[in-house]
Design a protein around this ligand. Structure first.
Ligand code: PLP
Ligand code: TYF
Length: 393
């Protein structure tokens, strides 16, 4: 019956993570999958989340509503838009709890496929691969706008703006507002303003995908692009708590749609509920309660903010440490990119062959595109990574 079913090639990043796990070498270093690990190489359990878990205890488990836990949704809105955003004060934002950031982007794609069908979808070149996949699954054709300038290892801003200007009016544009995956390069403030002008003038439908809030500059500063944009125009915002709550397996995310008025927001929320109903009915409870409890209690929220700051500070310091170690070994290898990029990832500019050489010879795992997850670096493995990097450069 299923004899013609094609084999699934597997997700390249997850497959690489599996190869890492089965690599027998004890000195191996995993800089592939986008997971934050601490100085000891462990996925942290945040103190704020643990405290929330203890407060919650275990009680009855009814279904959550389709749109998710009310405290969670309120927490998402406050975190992304701030307490006093005009769109919040006028009840123009429809927010649902989603199954991770992936679920948020997926429901956004399903919603747009139904209510804004046939539009062109533009994603950055390169981007998180699932942007193509999720929008294609919803029935869209996807195309790209230039983003990464290989020669300067920064944003190809002119190329990006030209492509957004040339696209059909009302196209769907996916933007990562902070800590771009896979390149680690973001628009600066001026570029954010300039690109906003273009997007608003072209009446493009912007989907912000924010998976790393807090890993750039701070939880507040990282939301600035989205907040300012939402003062000018309607937009969609997908967010993930996988990384900043270190809750990968609990599947916590959110989708917020900023609307023109509160009546529109209520109807949009209804359609989001319907999209959820048709897909998985309602989101999971434990992750929802954990996040709602942290975001909804001042003490836990303050503790969590400090823990996010700690994760970010550690990533910044291992970036610097790697740059120093590379510098000490060679004056010819450019390390500026490590310091200009931010968040969990650095695009190294290494070719697939160089990445393969690092993996096979030294057990240092990067993604084939040359993406390095800097969150996997620590004081112990930096010398080894620096040596391997210089030797293949
Ligand atoms: N969007 C981007 C840009 C990502 O990098 C990721 C995860 O790595 C996601 C969305 C998905 O987040 P989640 O793991 O919460 O589904
Ligand atoms: O970019 C990354 O590393 C993450 C990891 O099904 C990931 O997106 C990859 C595939 C997947 C879930 C997470």
């Amino acid at each position: 019956m299923f004899g013609r079913v094609e084999a699934f090639a597997g997700d390249p990043i997850l497959s690489l993570n599996d190869s890492f796990k089965s690599d027998p070498r004890s000195e191996k270093v995993n800089l592939s999958i986008g997971v934050y690990t601490d100085e000891k190489g462990r996925i942290p359990v945040l103190g704020s989340v643990k405290a929330a878990y203890e407060r919650i205890g275990f009680a009855e488990r009814p279904y959550l509503p389709m749109e998710g836990h009310p405290g969670y949704r309120e927490g998402v809105q406050k975190l992304i838009f701030g307490d006093t955003h005009p769109a919040r004060e006028t009840k123009r934002i429809a927010t649902i709890q989603t199954i991770g950031g992936t679920g948020a982007v997926g429901i956004a794609a399903d919603f747009l496929a139904k209510h804004c069908p046939g539009r062109t979808v533009l994603v950055s070149d390169p981007t998180w691969e699932n942007h193509h996949g999720l929008f294609q699954r919803a029935g869209f054709k996807t195309t790209t706008y230039p983003y990464w300038d290989r020669s300067t290892k920064s944003v190809d801003f002119d190329g990006m703006v030209k492509a957004l200007e040339a696209a059909d009016s009302g196209s769907i544009v996916i933007l990562q507002p902070v800590c771009h995956n896979p390149t680690g390069v973001d628009l600066d403030d001026k570029q954010q303003v300039a690109v906003t002008d273009v997007l608003v003038a072209k009446r493009h439908i912007v989907v912000f995908d924010m998976a790393y809030q807090g890993f750039g500059t701070s939880l507040e500063a990282d939301a600035a692009f989205v907040r300012r944009y939402a003062e000018r125009a309607s937009c969609l915002v997908a967010n993930s708590f996988s990384k900043n709550f270190s809750l990968y397996g609990e599947r916590c995310g959110g989708l917020s749609i900023v609307c023109q008025d509160s009546d529109e927001a209520e109807r949009v929320l209804g359609q989001l509920k319907l999209a959820v109903r048709r897909s998985y009915s309602s989101p999971p409870m434990l992750g929802g309660l954990l996040v709602a409890t942290v975001l909804g209690n001042d003490d836990l929220r303050a503790q969590w903010t400090r823990e996010v700051d700690e994760m970010r500070t550690r990533m910044d310091s291992v970036r610097k440490l790697l740059a120093e170690h590379i510098r000490a070994l060679s004056n010819e290898v450019d390390v500026g990119f490590l310091l200009n990029q931010r968040g969990m990832f650095s695009f190294t500019g290494l070719t697939e062959q160089q990445v393969t050489a690092m993996r096979e010879r030294d057990g240092v795992y990067l993604v084939g595109s040359g993406r390095m997850c800097v969150a996997g670096l620590n004081e112990e493995n930096v010398p080894k990574v620096a040596k391997s990097f210089v030797e293949v450069s």
